[in-house]
Design a protein around this ligand. Structure first.
Ligand SMILES: COCC(O)(O)CCCCCNCCCN
Ligand SMILES: [Zn+2]
Length: 680
């Protein structure tokens, strides 16, 4: 499987800037690129990337998303003097021109296309293009919001045309709505555009009615545009993850793209003057990780916005470090999404339930639900809002910008260093089973002493067990020990008895919290269920029954774990939120005898779970079932899981029991919530 992360950057793109006074545009400065690239160099991340040169986009490539007259007009700007540039700029909104911006805009598009070429031809697995001017606001015949050419929209068209991409996913986590991208693919079912954005009931720029959640695309494109408006500022890590688990990822897995773009704007991070959100830079490590097993790992991140130079640089590093495959950081204390975010999540799921089978059981839209604008008017009692028009039609002159009072300095902790252990994957295999290349066969520094053997025999083995079993159990605890000292990142063990191995590991673990994922036939040993520090998520066809406790969560699938669509929705909508909220120090993935989980899905599970516990995932396989060894090892080594292909609908009775489980559990596990309290 292809490895390698491309980094595409050229300092030429720093060689343009605002030449006159404009309070709106003054934040878009060359330093944005400089601090980002310098942070990558200083942290050693740049050297670990494959450096790919930029190139200028051709006219034909730019015309993939722009009109000839617009291109011809922009071509004249290098020869304009100041007044002409200012006059030309007046034709568009919230953007500025400069004699060198056309050159830089061609490089920004060219850089993005270089990234697409290298990813689509398999020279690298994924990558990031650090570019300016950004792109997602520019339209066929208009520059807008600091954007001249729509880098990602052009690249998506280019990937379809030159690399035969059939389904392209664009995830826009910039804090502004990329209306230019939405317009470009409005009726195109081959490009799924997802965007969250500060909206505040249409009172935030670009104040568009079509940025609301009910813009779902049109014609054949209906359902392929997903907007999640933020109607309040201050959205944080839990809100972002809740949108990924309950809106974006279920739809993205059902869509099953063969290429993923990230409109990577970091003005959605804490400290940004535009976003006013509170998500911390490390969240982008998790957002990136959660996208990396789509499209066989082909992910192209392209810089959009981001104006706080500190959080921008930190967020860029978090993103690139994850693309490189380093362990994800600990997610900071996660709770549930806030009420406003839940309303947006509910609205997005409700409006899209007719287009996506994974949402078919989502709660229905609320008929009496007022539109965003009416709600705001109602709030304001129908008067003008304090900051200008109360979500009235946006065509009105932009009100005089209210001088923001000097903002107090917003501070947040610097993201913790993410250290990859020297050994990534250790395998405990019977000698007869060969070790897949890239992995190391685990053998402890020294064997068990007589006391240790006696203890293990007494605790876990009937006296009569042979020496080999004692040695194996000892090796398991040794492997666990090295993982918990971060000397090994993850591991796989082929064991004669998965239940006993799981019991040993949960009791021997030094972690305060252990997540045990049990995929298939139970029973899960009672000793584990009673173990306060272990959260057990058990997915199987067992009869639905009340969750026996807060820490034993049975998820029923009528057809069992062989039902790929059902397992995927259970993993994305239930297991992952539970796991992220639980924040375990160790993840055990147990494959009991007769497990029906198919290869590709098993690999997805092995990869997705590595976003938890600093990547300390220990997979337990039944000794006589060696088939999954190769694909499990591949996932543990950091290879992207293969795409599952478009998913069919999960069984209605299953989704019914998921929703029942969600309702029962969400008080204890608020990250499971998908709708606002009073609306339940
Ligand atoms: C792809 O561009 C990146 C970006 O989305 O960050 C651009 C934001 C433009 C923000 C313009 N603010 C106008 C405020 C008017 N009262
Ligand atoms: Zn932005």
């Amino acid at each position: 499987m292809k490895m390698g992360t491309a980094l595409i950057y050229d300092e030429e793109m720093t060689k343009y800037k605002l030449l006159w006074v404009d309070p709106v545009c003054k934040i878009e400065v060359p330093e944005r690129l400089i601090v980002s690239y310098e942070a990558l160099v200083k942290s050693g991340l740049a050297d670990r990337c494959v450096s790919i040169p930029v190139r200028e986009a051709t006219d034909a490539e730019i015309l993939l998303a722009h009109s000839e007259e617009y291109l011809e007009a922009v071509k004249k700007t290098p020869f304009m003097h100041l007044e002409e540039l200012m006059t030309f700029t007046q034709k568009y909104g919230d953007v500025y021109f400069h004699p060198n911006i056309y050159h830089c805009a061609k490089l920004a598009v060219g850089a993005t296309l270089q990234l697409v070429d290298n990813v689509m031809t398999g020279k690298v697995r994924n990558g990031m293009a650090l570019v300016r001017p950004p792109g997602h606001h520019s339209q066929s015949s208009a520059a807008n919001g600091f954007c001249v050419f729509n880098n990602v929209a052009i690249a998506a068209q280019y990937a379809k045309k030159h690399h035969k991409a059939k389904r392209v996913l664009i995830v826009d986590w910039d804090v502004h709505h990329g209306q230019g991208v939405q317009y470009c693919f409005e009726d195109d079912p081959s490009v799924l555009y997802f965007s969250w954005h500060r909206y505040e009931h249409q009172s935030f720029w670009p104040n568009l009615r079509e940025s609301d959640f009910d813009s779902v695309g049109s014609g054949k494109g209906a359902g392929f545009n997903v907007n999640v408006p933020w109607n309040k500022v201050g959205m944080g890590n839990s809100d972002y993850l809740a949108v990924f688990f309950h809106v974006l990822l279920p739809v993205a897995y059902e869509f099953s793209p063969d290429l993923v773009f990230i409109c990577a704007g970091f003005d959605s991070a804490i400290g940004d003057p535009e976003g006013h959100m509170s998500a911390t830079p490390d969240i982008f490590a998790h957002l990136t990780h959660l996208l990396m097993n789509l499209a066989d790992g082909k992910v192209c991140a392209v810089l959009e916005g981001g104006y706080n130079l500190t959080s921008l640089a930190q967020s860029v590093c978090q993103t690139v470090q994850t693309l490189l495959g380093d362990p994800a950081p600990r997610p900071a204390q996660l709770g549930g999404a806030c009420e406003s975010a839940l309303e947006s999540i509910h609205s997005a799921r409700a409006i899209h339930k007719k287009y996506w089978s994974c949402l078919q059981h989502a709660a229905a839209p609320f008929p009496e639900e007022p539109s965003s604008k009416n709600r705001r008017l109602a709030q304001q009692g129908g008067s003008q809002g304090p900051e200008g028009d109360a979500g009235g039609d946006a065509q009105k002159e932009e009100p005089e910008k209210v001088e923001e009072k000097e903002e107090e300095e917003i501070v947040w902790p610097e993201p913790l260093r993410r250290v990859a252990p020297s050994l990534r994957s250790a395998l405990l295999l019977p000698d007869a089973v060969e070790c897949p290349d890239g992995c190391a066969r685990f053998s402890p520094a020294h064997g068990p002493g007589p006391l240790e053997r006696a203890r293990l025999r007494k605790s876990y083995l009937k006296e009569s067990e042979d020496e080999a079993s004692v040695t194996l159990l000892y090796n398991l605890t040794a492997l666990l020990g090295q993982m918990e000292k971060n000397e090994i990142r993850n591991g796989l063990a082929l064991v004669p008895d998965v239940s006993m191995a799981a019991t040993l590991l949960t009791s021997a673990s030094l972690s305060k919290r252990v997540l045990l994922v049990w995929m298939g036939e139970g029973p899960v040993p009672a000793q584990i269920i009673e173990d306060e520090k272990t959260l057990v998520v058990h997915i199987d066809s067992m009869e639905p029954h009340e969750a026996q406790s807060k820490y034993y969560i049975p998820i029923t699938l009528k057809k069992g774990c062989g039902d790929t669509a059902g397992v995927v929705q259970a993993v994305l909508g239930l297991l992952l939120p539970l796991g992220y909220q639980y924040e375990p120090g160790l993840v055990l993935l147990a494959r009991p005898p007769g497990c029906q989980v198919k290869g590709g899905l098993w690999q997805q599970l092995t990869c997705l779970l590595q976003g938890l516990a600093l990547g300390h995932t220990l997979v337990l396989l039944q000794e006589n079932e060696t088939a999954p060894v190769g694909i499990t090892a591949s996932g543990l080594l950091g290879n992207a899981a293969l795409s599952l292909g478009p998913l069919v609908a999960p069984g209605p009775e299953d989704v019914g029991s998921f929703e029942g489980l969600r309702l029962r559990l969400q008080t204890d596990w608020p990250l499971l919530q998908t709708t606002a309290p009073e609306k339940r």
